[in-house]
Design a protein around this ligand. Structure first.
Ligand code: NAD
Length: 368
């Protein structure tokens, strides 16, 4: 099972690690007489298994795929922060293969997964695309909510939290459960305004899919706009800060959260990074707090003399002119109480619409 990283490298995904392990597996197959199945679990653009992995395996093994060994694609849908739980209880098993023997082998591999979990048997390229299409849909939901938030901000008397709540109440998003009570569909949590998506998957997968489709002669204007809208979230946040501060230059701004989302220490493509970079460019001095991330992300290390990583939430807030909440950590439920004790109260900017605006003396929030 190949599960190495596939970062996006400018124009396409970097397949170096996939190639390296594929060659190693192929070489190992050379000396084997028994039938083996090689499975691609890494997220790879549609067609990669057919056009890159299979030829490399055949070359390195001197054997023929489909006859001497099998090749499958089994994309991973787990959510970071709940990886083990999601792996043990997946929502679906997408089993891509060119032949039934591989499909059967994959089903046997997952025999311990409850029978109710749907198994989708398909070909390798379709399986690869299912992964990208799934992430593209989630990213689209996020950028959609963020565009509605910008309309609310411009209106001045509409609140995106209520707007999206009203949208969620549709039967499509909140169907009635077996006992007649409404059940909110989990996708509703992606239809919430904030400071954008990040992490190691959504941005990278969207860029990879749009670039790969362009190479096939297909433009994906919706998904290109999803990325552009996401990249503009740091502007939206700075626009909330500006009116409340005499000047951003020399203002002391505390950024709450470095992880791209709660329950992980992953800072890859975290929305906090472009926000901090923008603040530094504008001349603000920045203090950052995160309950689990204990090191500045690589992109900010060159600026480490201008960005302080606070040891505690209290310390991070102590000298702030403004506080910007970027990651929805539960720890930040304490923030209203801590800020209420400060004189004069700093401006609080809620980049996730996590806290009750009535609890702040000076408040600005996304989409309100
Ligand atoms: N992280 C997620 O939540 C997630 C979810 C779904 C899919 N994916 C996909 O899974 C793949 C892996 O993602 P990740 O987040 O685990 O990446 P990662 O960079 O955290 O981990 C990759 C692992 O591969 C190892 N590796 C790299 N080159 C190797 C080599 N030549 N030989 C052996 N091992 C090697 C690294 O040491 C590392 O342990 C990617 O394609 C990603 O898109 C990740």
């Amino acid at each position: 099972m190949i599960a190495v990283g596939t970062p996006f490298a400018g124009n396409e995904i970097d397949l170096d690690a996939v190639r390296e392990v594929t060659r190693a597996i192929g070489t190992a197959l050379r000396g084997r007489s028994r039938y083996h199945v090689v499975v691609v679990k890494s997220t790879v653009v549609p067609g990669t298994t057919r056009s890159v992995v299979v030829p490399l395996l055949e070359q390195a093994s001197g054997k023929q795929a489909g006859r001497d060994f099998g090749v499958g694609v089994n994309p991973e849908f787990l959510t970071e922060g709940q990886a083990v739980e999601d792996f043990m209880s997946p929502d679906r098993l997408v089993l891509g293969a060119a032949d039934e023997r591989v499909h059967d082998a994959l089903e046997r591999l997952y025999a311990a997964v409850p029978r109710e979990v749907p198994r989708l048997r398909t070909d390798t390229t379709t399986a690869e695309l299912i992964k990208y299409a799934s992430n593209a849909l989630l990213a689209t939901a996020i950028s959609f909510a963020n565009e509605i938030a910008d309309v609310c901000t411009a209106l001045g008397d509409a609140d995106v939290v209520d707007v999206m709540h009203g949208v969620h109440l549709s039967r499509y998003l909140t169907p009635l459960g077996a006992d007649g009570t409404p059940v909110r569909a989990p996708i509703a949590s992606f239809l919430e305004a904030g400071c954008g998506f990040g992490g190691s998957c959504l941005p990278k997968d969207l860029r990879a899919l749009t670039a790969h489709a362009a190479g096939l002669g297909v433009r994906l204007p919706v998904l290109e706009a999803v990325l552009r809208t996401n990249e503009a979230r740091s502007d939206a946040l700075l626009d909330l800060l500006r009116p409340g501060l005499a000047e951003l230059r020399d203002a002391r701004v505390t950024v709450l959260g470095l992880a791209f989302k709660p329950d992980t220490d992953d800072v890859r493509e975290s929305p906090a990074v472009p926000i901090i970079e923008r603040l530094l460019r504008e001349g603000a001095s920045v203090t950052v707090h995160d309950p689990v991330v204990r090191m500045l992300p690589e992109e900010l290390r060159g600026d480490s003399h201008r960005v302080a990583l606070a040891a505690s939430l209290e310390e991070s807030l102590s000298a702030a002119d403004a506080v910007v909440l970027v990651t929805r950590w539960d720890d930040y439920r304490e923030v209203p109480k801590l800020l209420a004790a400060m004189e004069p109260p700093p401006l609080f900017v809620d980049g996730r619409r996590m806290l009750d605006k009535r609890e702040f003396a000076r408040y600005a929030g996304i989409g309100t």
